[in-house]
Design a protein around this ligand. Structure first.
Ligand SMILES: [Zn+2]
Length: 142
């Protein structure tokens, strides 16, 4: 018996993207389970994650799935826009609220774009340990 050759896919997607390959019923169950953990408000408001946090230092919502949790805002992206996330791309918050799952408050981009966005908002990842962005009081001292 010849072993099956597994070709590396052209594009690599992150784990969350696998949802899109599930059967309709399975996707429906997942969506129900996911949105039940989100405090859904008006479209302009932040929709805060009500369940576990990914890691107390990192502060993102954690959606329990399989053996390891997924970041809630990334799951929100995949199930809301039905678009996979390519490896290397990040899902960032326009509202700067890490537990927010409002699809209107998240956008896809590169790590670089995220940093640029952070700089424009006068945030800098100053705390290396937590990776938290903190607001600077005087970003451009003269
Ligand atoms: Zn928000």
């Amino acid at each position: 018996m010849t072993p099956e050759v597994i070709k590396k896919p052209k594009e690599e997607y992150v784990r969350e993207s696998a949802f899109l390959n599930f059967s309709e019923e399975k996707q429906e169950r997942l969506r129900k389970r996911f949105w039940a953990k989100v405090d859904i408000k008006k479209s302009n408001d932040c929709w805060n994650w009500k369940s576990y946090l990914y890691d107390h230092k990192d502060g993102y919502g954690a959606f329990k799935y399989s053996n390891s949790p997924l970041r809630a805002h990334r799951v929100s992206w995949v199930i809301s826009f039905e678009m996979p996330i390519k490896k290397g791309l990040v899902i960032a918050h326009s509202c700067d609220n890490r537990i927010c799952c409002n699809p209107d408050h998240i956008f896809i981009g590169t790590q670089m774009a995220n940093h640029k966005d952070a700089t424009q908002k006068n945030r800098k990842p100053t705390d290396k340990k937590t990776g938290q962005f903190i607001k600077l009081t005087n970003p451009n001292p003269t």
